[in-house]
Design a protein around this ligand. Structure first.
Ligand code: SF4
Ligand code: SF4
Length: 438
């Protein structure tokens, strides 16, 4: 007897994404458990569903499946996300919300076109090594002539958009950039262990050159010879502003610029920049000419602190009778080994007291141009951060990222003028100097 033929079962139709097909699987992994709520800085200061990873991911999925347009969520869910990935640390299926939001911003630009001023900055100014020099000269000239102070007083800086807003927050620039200070560095302390290429972050080069100088001094004192190639921006600003072509172009220029460098590895002192270069394999992996070189650059790049801890600290450290607390840049890989490195290095300094900071891994509200684009969110997140800083009683707040340095210095001016904000390498450099003078 023949078996009866079953009618075909009802299979639920799976809507095909209209765009961003490459992240559809990531977006679909969200199980709506809401564990991201408690750790999302934006939800903490504005407790609405669309301020969580769950809300953002659901809305982006709605857009992909045609229930709304990306433009409908551009000004809230897409723009207020810090892309800090703090949610991912609490997320059981590890939904990469920051990467999803980055891709959605990029898709929106591709649908609507890139803002003209932003495109000029990301495609014409920052990729060129001379771009930073020009910005520095213009800004210094404005400072020296009093134009900068006048512009701030009249709030003209705010009218000229993101760059003006950032200039207002940063304040006066140092006379000499980090790349101009290389010539005055001390000789390497023998015996020499190897030669490293130092990746100078173009933003830190302008706004915190003393931190980069300190990082170089620390590496030299630990037996590493340095070479600092002249490069443009590595591409992180383009990544956070959603300009995919600029991200790839800056990665290509950097990889090409490093091609002839004969070194044992690459280091940088800015956590977010180094993290971005370490993604070059993914950014250029499909490039038939530069793919392999991009993967090599990514593989040999380290944060200076990580390189020092991994290869063994050597320089003598003198006593620093300071009380410090550490804010961890959210750009450090989630629960990766880098998270404990700053503390391990500082713990070597005699007489230094370290008090743990509550919510140390939570973003300070200052990545990239966030503070100028989302001032209310940024200020509220910063105020919360400083409640925890003040509670430690520390007189020095340590970080390892340039955006955090700028943001936390603003926070200290407002909420805790007694607290000094320093890059990790500045503290280590001070301890090395204390040893040599003690
Ligand atoms: S990336 Fe940061 S701001 Fe964005 S949803 Fe996750 S925790 Fe919140
Ligand atoms: S923690 Fe992860 S899986 Fe859970 S709701 Fe948030 S994004 Fe979705």
């Amino acid at each position: 007897m023949e078996a009866p033929v079953e009618p075909p079962g009802e299979v639920a139709a799976v809507p095909a994404p209209r765009f961003l097909a490459d992240i559809y699987e990531d977006v679909s992994r969200c199980n709506k458990c809401s564990l991201c709520q408690a750790v999302c800085p934006t939800y903490q200061v504005n407790p609405l569903e669309w301020e969580t990873a769950r809300g953002r991911v659901a809305l982006i999925r709605d857009a992909m499946e045609g229930r709304l347009e990306l433009r409908d969520i551009a000004d809230g869910p897409l723009s207020t996300c810090l892309t800090c990935d703090n949610c991912m640390a609490a997320c059981p299926p590890r939904v990469p919300t920051a990467a999803i939001v980055d891709r959605a911003r990029q898709e929106l630009h591709e649908q609507e076109g890139y803002p003209r001023g932003q495109r000029w900055l990301l495609r014409r100014v920052l990729p060129r090594p001379g771009g930073t020099r020009t910005l520095h000269r213009l800004s210094r000239a404005a400072q020296v002539t009093g134009l900068h102070a006048a512009a701030r007083g009249l709030h003209i800086t705010r009218w000229i958009g993101t760059v003006g807003g950032m200039a207002e927050r940063i304040g006066p620039l140092a006379r000499r950039r980090a790349d101009q200070r290389v010539a005055g560095l001390p000789a390497v302390t023998p015996p020499v262990r190897g030669r490293l290429g130092f990746l100078i972050c173009c933003y830190q080069n302008l706004v915190a050159p003393e931190a980069t100088e300190a990082a170089m001094r620390v590496l030299l004192a630990n037996g590493w010879e340095l070479e600092a190639p002249e490069l443009g921006c590595f591409g992180l600003p383009a990544q956070s502003l959603g300009d995919g072509p600029a991200v790839r172009e800056m990665a290509k220029r950097t990889v090409t610029g490093l091609a002839d460098l004969e070194v044992d590895g690459l280091v940088g002192d800015v956590a977010s920049c180094v993290g971005h270069v370490r993604r070059y394999g993914r950014i250029l992996g499909d490039n038939p000419v530069l793919g392999d070189a991009a993967r090599r650059v990514a593989d040999v790049t380290d944060l200076a602190s990580v390189r020092l801890e991994r290869t063994g600290w050597r320089a003598p450290l003198g006593p620093l009778p300071w009380h410090v607390t550490i804010d961890e840049p959210c750009s450090l890989s989630i629960d990766g080994p880098e998270r404990g490195v700053a503390r391990a290095l500082l713990a070597r300094i005699p007489e230094l007291r370290i008090t743990p900071l509550e919510e140390a891994a939570m973003c300070c509200g200052g990545p990239g141009s966030y503070a100028t684009g989302q001032p209310e969110h940024s200020d509220a997140i910063l105020a919360r951060k400083f409640e925890h800083v003040v509670a430690t009683g520390a007189d020095v707040l340590v970080t390892e990222n340039v955006s955090c340095l700028v943001q936390l210095r603003v926070g200290a001016r407002r909420h805790a003028p007694q607290v000094r904000v320093m890059h990790l390498m500045e503290v280590l450099d001070a301890a090395i100097r204390a040893a040599s003078t003690g």
